[in-house]
Design a protein around this ligand. Structure first.
Ligand code: ADP
Ligand code: XUL
Length: 540
């Protein structure tokens, strides 16, 4: 007998659905809707739209809804599987906010299976676009909220993170300040995750502690909405937010619209959705200390499981709730895949050619070094994008290709020190984890072996496994996380990239050099050109 569970991932560039058969320990179905390609009438670029200037980055919540319907249409040729799905959970790009008016709940309650979701929900938004995690336009609001909360340290102690441009609270405050009347008309503000869960549920779904922690509104210790943060952000905010819930809560059954239209079983359980990074924590099997994961998706993230709360009081890192009910630490880089793509496209390469150049160029890049701020960067904070090249010019193919990859991982190693001891193994996931040559640079720079799973959709997989656990627990067939991970993740095919010891000292020295260049550019310290020439002399 098959026990099927569906995991959905509404990410920056696509909506992915996978079905796992827990008894067979296999992913039995996968499909993905790429927003730019399959829903091109929204005119998004990499799933986003830039408004006003480069700092204002939004997307269309209606596009995510349309993608959901399209995905289910595609899944219909597998009708039997749809009916057999026992539980569904999901994942959303984090921090993005969806603003809904009084029509939303009324419409959800009486959805007509003969009509499309888009045609019925199109008037439910008090704001047609959603600011997403790539938006960095709320520095003023971040400062205002942080000040009201007593400064940097007290903000981090309260919320698990500094006030951050892309986080939901500062975004909500900006909306309230710019459009007070529309804010007043907003009845409910969802995250991407809780919004998508609400559509499936047919009523407002809660926000889980994983995604809730990325809002600058949730008290990281009590895991409740924090009154001081709410007050510092916008008036009457508490009544506009859904309740918070544990990530493993069964929030109800799928709404009759999906039963009638696509043939889901009316008893299909829905489990609270969470953010893509918390879901990926499960999707790569991180339920113990000592290992970390690096996701190379649209954003690059570095994250790890935390048993106890541990904060970065410098303010670059974040702490979120983990799907297990514990905590996780995370650092996020905006210049991830899209920055790599800038170099790939500039030199008219495909990924294979990009890899070949990486493979044929020397570690240390002959002393060529890049600070790759193609977009405003989160860590370290750089609000005005600019790319700096040291020891090479912008037309140098090899300098650029190796330059960006080394810069990204040197920066990651430099800024992840607060997370604790050196990892024993790194799990790699996300679109670019398919690239073994990129992973080899990662392994050499971190001096750690890197494991990449054949199946890189860790957020959707994590969601499916969260659905699995909550379903069995609710039926008193309790399974521990270890059991789920051992039975499922450890079964997946993976490859291990071993670091090359020959380059350990070189990258230790290059890390120091990289740090000096960051300080030179961002903190007006001394130009480290002499140190760079010494590095060249030593190694090349
Ligand atoms: P998200 O979940 O954030 O939408 P994905 O994890 O699906 O993103 O990753 C998409 C990215 O993966 C693309 O933008 C692309 O740059 C990158 N990618 C895909 N294949 C490769 C490859 N072979 N080498 C490097 N990057 C790749
Ligand atoms: C994490 C972050 C991104 C988004 C999109 O804080 O902003 O990783 O979740 O993937």
């Amino acid at each position: 007998m098959s026990d099927l569970f569906l995991g959905l991932d509404c990410s920056t560039q696509s909506l992915t659905g996978i079905i796992v058969d827990f008894n067979l320990k296999k992913v039995v179905y996968r499909n993905s809707i790429n927003f730019d390609e399959e829903l091109s009438h929204y005119n998004t670029h990499n799933g986003a739209i830039i408004l006003d200037n480069e700092k204002v980055v939004h997307s269309y919540p209606l596009m995510w809804v349309e993608a959901l319907e399209l995905l289910f249409e595609k899944m219909q040729n597998n009708k039997r599987a749809l009916f057999e799905i026992k539980a569904i959970s999901g994942s959303g790009q984090q921090h993005g906010t969806v603003y809904l008016n009084s029509d939303f709940i009324k419409t959800l309650k009486r959805l007509d299976a003969d009509k499309t979701l888009v045609s019925q929900l199109k008037n439910s938004f008090s704001r047609p676009t959603s600011p997403i995690w790539m938006d960095s336009s709320t520095t003023k609001q971040c400062e205002e909220i942080r000040k009201k909360l007593g400064g940097l340290k007290s903000t981090i102690n309260l919320l698990g993170s500094n006030t951050i441009e892309r986080f939901s609270g500062p975004q909500i405050r900006k909306f309230f300040q710019q459009y007070p009347l529309l804010y007043e008309k907003t009845l409910i503000i969802h995250l991407v995750s809780s919004f998508m869960a609400s559509i499936l549920l047919g009523k407002n779904a809660p926000i889980d502690h994983g995604d809730g922690a990325g809002m600058n509104l949730m008290n990281i210790k009590t895991k409740q909405w924090d009154e001081r943060a709410l007050e510092a952000t916008a008036p009457n905010l508490r009544e506009k937010l859904p309740p918070l819930s544990q990530p493993y809560t069964v929030i109800g059954n799928i709404s009759s619209f999906f039963v009638k239209k696509f043939g889901f079983n009316p008893n299909t359980n829905l489990i609270a959705w969470s953010g893509d990074n918390p879901n990926s924590l499960i999707g790569v099997g991180l339920i113990k200390k000592g290992k970390v994961a690096i996701s190379l998706g649209t954003s690059d993230t570095y994250f790890s499981y935390l048993q106890d709360l541990y904060l970065d009081l410098k303010g670059e890192g974040h702490v979120f709730g983990a799907p297990t009910g514990d905590y996780m630490s995370l650092i996020c880089y905006k210049n991830g895949s899209l920055a790599r793509e800038k170099i790939k496209d500039k030199f008219h390469l495909n990924w294979e050619q990009f890899s070949q150049i990486l493979k044929n160029s020397p570690p240390g890049n002959n002393g060529k070094l890049m600070l790759p701020y193609f977009f405003p960067e989160i860590v370290p904070q750089v609000l005005q994008p600019k790319v700096y090249c040291f020891g090479f010019d912008e037309d140098d193919l090899e300098g650029n290709v190796r330059g960006i990859i080394e810069a990204q991982f040197l920066s990651m190693r430099l800024h992840s020190k607060w997370i604790g001891e050196k990892p024993k193994e790194i799990y790699a996931t996300g679109g670019a984890s398919a690239n073994k040559d990129i992973l080899q640079v990662l392994a050499n720079i971190f001096k750690t072996k890197v494991r990449a799973f054949e199946f890189a959709d860790s957020a959707a997989l994590g969601a499916a496994l969260r659905a699995t656990k909550s379903y069995y627990d609710s039926k008193n067939m309790i399974k521990g996380w270890e059991d789920i991970i051992n039975k499922f993740i450890d079964f997946q095919r993976s490859i291990v990239i071993v670091p090359n010891e020959k380059y350990f000292q070189l990258y230790d020295d290059m890390l120091e050099l990289y740090k000096k260049y960051e300080q030179y550019i961002l903190n007006n310290r001394q130009d480290p050109e002499i140190a760079r020439l010494d590095f060249v002399k030593n190694y090349f």
